[in-house]
Design a protein around this ligand. Structure first.
Ligand code: ATP
Length: 248
């Protein structure tokens, strides 16, 4: 398939490129040759049904699962061979599905864990203040146990913890799961604010409507393959997307 000039230019301006990614679990082929890219400073989304392979792709990008083949390129450097902690140092932070907080630790302690690779105390404090400016709701909760917060507040802590590593690329795996629509709306606004301060975002979602509403570019994954890709506004109008993912 010939790529459009626009597509080629966007690729050249990518912060992240995934090329020919294949991931197997024993005999199961979960990801079967995926190409995607995240344009610098954009919000890009990857949508797809349960089991389509979204989390597997994120694990490969963040060094949590070695791909069987293919490359992950971040800021023009191949990172597929690096360990997860080295990838965090390069500037990629993952907000995992299900948040994975330490429920018995305080909100402040959970946030501080995100800065475990940072050495400069002043810089850590500065980032901490910045994180609280995105999430003012967390300010009065800092000494509470994280497990006692509402689902939305826990998601804020999970995003805040990822931001504590000062990422260039923030990856979110299903941040809307289990949250009320009004909370999802609030988190979406915060993701847009974070993006506007120069952090590129890769958002993985089952909620296609919210994902395509806040992103500029989207990929639709089905059974380990990219089925469709395009500007999010166009995907929102696509008949196949409407029927399969938006319930219209
Ligand atoms: P979900 O929205 O349910 O998290 P997903 O799109 O993120 O789905 P993956 O979690 O990447 O999909 O799973 C893709 C496929 O790989 C599924 O068929 C899943 O059963 C399989 N799979 C994922 N993790 C493992 C594992 N650790 N061992 C074996 N199979 C796995």
């Amino acid at each position: 398939m010939q790529k459009s000039l626009e597509h080629t230019l966007e690729e050249a301006n990518s912060i992240l490129q995934v090329q020919g990614l294949c991931i197997n679990y024993e005999k199961a082929e979960a990801v079967k040759g995926v190409d995607l890219h995240v344009t610098q400073d954009s919000i890009t989304t990857l949508i797809g049904a349960n089991g389509a392979g979204k989390t597997s792709i994120l694990k490969a990008i963040t060094g949590l699962k070695k791909p069987n083949s293919g490359d992950v390129i971040f800021c023009n450097e191949k990172i597929s061979h690096l360990k997860a902690s080295e990838i965090v140092k390069k500037g990629i932070a993952l907000v995992p599905e299900g948040r994975r907080l330490f429920p018995e630790m305080t909100v402040k302690e959970n946030l501080e864990l995100g800065a475990y690779l940072q050495k400069n105390k002043n810089q850590i404090q500065e980032t901490f203040e910045k994180v609280l400016s995105y999430f003012p709701d967390l300010k009065p909760k800092l000494i509470q146990e994280a497990g006692r917060l509402s689902g939305g507040q826990q998601q804020m802590v999970a995003i805040g913890r990822a931001l504590m590593s000062q990422p260039k690329l923030l990856i979110l795996d299903e941040p809307s799961i289990g949250l009320a629509p009004i909370v999802v709306q609030k988190i979406s606004e915060i993701i847009k604010n974070i993006n506007q301060t120069g952090v590129s975002v890769l958002l993985v979602e089952q909620d296609a409507h919210i994902a395509l509403t806040i992103s500029e570019f989207g990929y639709v994954l089905q059974n380990g393959l990219i089925e469709l890709s395009g500007n999010s506004s166009q995907l929102l109008q696509n008949e196949r997307v409407k029927m399969a993912y938006l319930g219209i």
